[in-house]
Design a protein around this ligand. Structure first.
Ligand code: ADP
Length: 357
C-alpha cells in the first residue's frame, strides 16, 4: 500500500523507482564496496535502501544516523546495537549463527533475545565487530550519514575507509544533505580517509507531475476511495513531486478529501520549518542572513547578484562576495537550495511557501 508513512520495505509498495532499484540491486550483487544513495528529504532513499536489500536477500545492519549526537560514543553504539537487534529479529534463519559469532567478541553481551554493546575503553571494538560480520556477508547501511560530524563522524569515516580497504563487506550510505554527505565522504579532501575511493551513486529525483498524479490515483484505488481529479491535480501542483508529501496528502484525503491539502500543508509546514530550524541552530551566527537568503530566493531572486543585492538592500550596507558565497554554499550543501544552470531555487515546495509568506 502506498499511503503508509513508514519507509517501504517491499517492491510492490514502491511506486516507480524501477531504474534506481535495478541499479542498487546490481551494485549489491556485483559487490561494490560502497554505494551512496542521495536525494533531498522524503524522496524515498530509505525506502529504496530497504526494498533493495530485501530484494537482494542480503542480511543487513541499518544504522540510523538521523540527529546523532556528534560527540556521543554512547549514541553511536546504541544505534549500532539497534541495527544488530533488528537484524536478528528479521533474519531468524541466521539468528543463532549471528549470536554465536558475536558472543566471542569482548564487550558484547547476548542476553535472552537481545544483543547489548558496551562502549568506552572496555567497550566493543567496532572494527572487530564488523570484521566478524563479514563472515556472514552482512551489508552495513548508514542512513542519513551526514549527521555524523565531530568525533563520531571521524570515527565513522575511519571505520568505513578501513572496511573498504581491508574487507569484502558492502557498505551503503544515504544522505539528504547531499553536499554535507560529500564532505563526510571527503570526496574533495585529499586528507580524508575515503578520498579517491570509487563509489556507486544512485540519485533520486522528484516525481514528474504525471507520475505524482498516477501515484495518488493508484494509492486511492488501493484503498477503494474515489477522489476527484481536480483535488488530485491541486495537490500535485502544490507538492511538487515529493513522494513523502504525497503520502501525507493521500492519508489525509482518506479521511477528508476536501480539507486534505490544507491539512497536509499545515503538517508539512511544521515539519519543514523544524528541519530548517535545526540548520539555523547549527549556523546561529548568521541566522538572520540565512533566513533573508531563503526569502530572497522564494520571492524570485534567483541569480547570485540578485540575492546579494537583496541582502544589501535589507541591511543597508555592502556585503562581501565571500560572505554571500558562504551563505549560498551552506544552504546548497544542506540541500535547502538547489543550483540549476546558474539559478538558485528552494528544493522543497513547502519551504518555498513558508518563505514567500
Ligand atoms: P527519505 O529516506 O528520502 O527521507 P523515505 O524512504 O523515508 O524517504 O520516504 C518518505 C515517505 O515516502 C514514506 O512515507 C515512504 O513510505 C514514502 N515513499 C518513498 N518512496 C516511495 C515510493 N517509491 N512509493 C511509495 N511510497 C514511497
Amino acid at each position: 500500500m502506498y499511503f503508509d508513512p513508514r519507509p517501504k520495505t517491499k517492491r510492490e509498495d514502491l511506486f516507480d523507482r524501477e531504474r534506481e532499484l535495478e541499479e542498487f540491486i546490481t551494485a549489491l550483487e556485483s559487490r561494490r564496496p560502497l554505494t551512496v544513495i542521495t536525494g533531498i528529504r522524503r524522496l524515498g532513499k530509505t525506502s529504496l535502501l530497504l526494498v533493495g536489500l530485501n530484494e537482494a536477500n542480503a542480511p543487513y545492519i541499518l544504522v540510523d544516523m538521523r540527529d546523532v549526537n556528534p560527540s556521543s560514543e554512547f549514541d553511536l553504539y546504541k544505534r549500532i546495537e539497534a541495527g544488530l537487534n533488528r537484524l536478528i529479529r528479521e533474519r531468524k534463519d541466521i539468528k543463532t549463527k549471528i549470536k554465536e559469532i558475536l558472543s566471542h567478541i569482548s564487550g558484547i553481551q547476548i542476553l535472552g533475545s537481545g544483543i547489548y554493546l558496551s562502549w568506552g575503553e572496555r567497550g566493543v571494538d567496532l572494527l572487530e565487530l564488523f570484521e566478524t560480520l563479514e563472515r556472514l556477508d552482512v551489508v552495513i547501511a548508514f542512513d542519513e550519514v551526514q549527521y555524523a560530524k565531530g568525533p563520531i563522524g571521524r570515527k565513522l569515516t575511519g571505520l568505513i575507509a578501513h572496511l573498504y580497504d581491508y574487507t569484502e563487506l558492502r557498505i551503503v550510505v544515504t544522505g539528504s544533505e547531499v553536499g554535507l554527505l560529500y564532505d563526510f565522504l571527503g570526496i574533495e579532501d585529499p586528507n580524508a580517509p575515503l578520498f579517491g575511493r570509487y563509489f556507486e551513486e544512485i540519485t533520486l529525483s522528484r516525481f514528474s507531475e504525471e507520475q505524482s498524479r498516477e501515484f495518488l490515483r493508484i494509492g486511492f484505488e488501493q484503498c477503494n476511495v474515489n477522489v476527484a481529479d481536480e483535488t488530485i491535480g491541486e495537490a500535485v501542483r502544490a507538492l511538487d513531486g515529493i513522494v513523502g508529501w504525497l503520502v501525507l496528502f493521500g492519508m489525509s484525503a482518506l479521511k477528508n478529501p476536501e480539507r486534505a491539502l490544507e491539512a497536509t500543508l499545515k503538517k508539512a509546514t511544521l515539519l519543514a520549518k523544524s528541519e530548517f530550524e535545526e540548520f539555523l541552530k547549527r549556523h546561529e551566527f548568521a541566522r538572520k542572513r540565512y533566513i533573508a537568503v531563503m526569502r530572497a530566493v522564494a520571492l524570485g531572486n534567483k541569480r547570485w547578484s540578485e540575492i546579494k543585492e537583496f541582502l544589501e538592500r535589507r541591511e543597508k550596507k555592502s556585503i562581501s562576495d565571500s560572505v554571500v558565497h558562504r551563505l549560498l554554499t551552506n544552504l546548497v550543501k544542506s540541500s535547502f537550495l538547489e543550483k540549476v544552470r546558474g539559478e538558485y531555487r528552494i528544493s522543497d515546495p513547502i519551504l518555498e511557501m513558508v518563505f514567500k509568506q
